[in-house]
Design a protein. Structure first.
Lengths: 137, 137
DNA sequence: CTCTCTGCAAAACATTTGCAGTCGG
DNA sequence: CCGACTGCAAATGTTTTGCAGAGAG
């Protein structure tokens, strides 16, 4: 029942550092690539395992990209919140959707559902990318 | 430019029938399994291709399950809407979230984002499953 | 010393693609 | 007849797992 103790290893610190160095969501593959580029010797499997553990420990936010791959980022707050992610450059901002929690739960109740959770993801084009893209997609 | 003509084949009709026989979201694998069980000779690839085409033609709704796999269901309405899916049995109901479209767009605008789209998925435990599960999760 | 963590490669999965034969219109 | 459709299997790409050795506490 009790979760195993987590050790402080170089690999773990490296993954931690990569996530801290950006505010964007990164997939395990992306984290692994950055680590390799930085000269850190680390296996892909280790990155997957580490990310998964950090997520379970509640230290990371996880969203699913449009293709369904998991992407992670450090939690900025401990409150439940959502993200507005740029479809082009990947930058993301945390957005607060006041009243959503209550609203979603009540809707579930209307249909007789209990233990309702939700996934809300906003995708758009950020200011810089909008300017860059111009009027034609 | 013009999309290719779609032919009426036995396989296509079979996939169509499976989707019509339920109100739940089914993955390509699930559709394939049901077809096989029903004695329909059909390849997995064909199911994937057919489902993909039907989705492109706007005849199916697609959501991503918790594990990230694509699941499809017939569109009941042509309006944009969301789904409340039972985490245990997979049954789903379409829910209308009045004002959400406008709200989401305006939030995107607050952060300088344009062309904002959203993904909202509600997961819960339906009435029957709640009763069945009791107090222990 | 003990037990978690690591790396590598194979495994497990979902989904896509190449190709030659089939069949709808 | 023409070419879209089909099945199969190989190819892809992501994530998980088995196992023996390394290192944290």
């Amino acid at each position: 029942m009790s979760e195993p103790r987590r050790r402080t290893t170089r690999q773990r610190l490296a993954v931690d550092a990569v996530l801290r160095s950006t505010s964007d969501f990164l997939s395990a593959q992306q984290v692994h690539l950055r680590l390799r580029e930085a000269g850190e010797g680390i296996g892909l499997a280790t990155v997957y395992r580490t990310l998964g553990q950090m997520f379970e420990d509640g230290r990371l936010d996880m969203i699913r990209g449009i293709d369904g791959e998991a992407k992670y980022r450090f939690c900025t707050t401990d409150r439940h919140h959502h993200h507005l992610v740029c479809r082009e450059c990947g930058s993301a901002v945390e957005v607060d959707l006041p009243g959503t929690e209550t609203w979603m739960s009540s809707i579930g109740g209307d249909y007789g559902y209990t233990d309702v959770s939700h996934t809300i993801e906003l995708f758009g084009r950020c200011g810089p990318c909008t300017t860059r893209a111009g009027g034609d997609g």
